[in-house]
Write a protein that binds this ligand. Structure first.
Ligand SMILES: [Cu+2]
Length: 167
């Protein structure tokens, strides 16, 4: 309950950000003082998303990444076949890996969340890649990503944009 209301407050802060500049500054300070961001999105009886965040865009660039923990509470593996968001031209599933002692990224066609298991999207691991970001992503902004499942169903996840320095 408490987490939900915090999230709602963040969401409202986003919607009103242009109208109430002082509220934004307050939310900014509040966020940066938090040790760890905690947010739980219950999608349905099978899926729960924890701590979904995105990186603020670095000025002059139009790419960003999204992170979260996807928990599968069901006895069946869940396969995600695509993701999309209105904030970017392309949203892809990526994975970082080591190649000749340097980190590289590879595009994945699907993400699989094992039955009664979880998949963590994090820096230097699996992540959502936003390419062709249309407008700068700013801290405290909330963006929506639609995930398409292999079974034809889809669901939305809300990602809180974090300051660049946090990553
Ligand atoms: Cu990537």
């Amino acid at each position: 309950m408490k987490k939900n209301s915090l999230y709602l407050a963040l969401l409202m802060g986003c919607f009103h950000s242009t109208a109430f500049a002082t509220d934004v500054i307050h939310a900014d300070n509040h966020l940066q003082s938090q040790q760890k961001y905690t947010n739980i999105q219950k999608i349905n009886s099978a899926l729960t998303i924890e701590n979904a965040t995105a990186k603020a865009t670095i000025p002059g660039t139009n790419i960003s990444a999204g992170y979260m923990k996807i928990i599968n509470n069901s006895d069946t593996a869940i396969t995600l076949v695509s993701a999309s968001s209105t904030i970017a031209k392309h949203t892809e599933f990526h994975r970082m890996f080591m190649r000749d002692n340097t980190m590289a990224m590879r595009k994945l066609e699907t993400l699989e969340i094992p039955a009664n298991g979880e998949l963590i999207l994090a820096s230097k691991s699996y992540h959502l890649m936003f390419m062709g970001v249309k407008q700068d992503l700013k801290p405290n902004q909330v963006i929506t990503v639609t995930m398409q499942q292999k079974n034809g169903k889809q669901f939305d996840v809300h990602l809180l944009v974090m300051p660049i320095k946090k990553h």
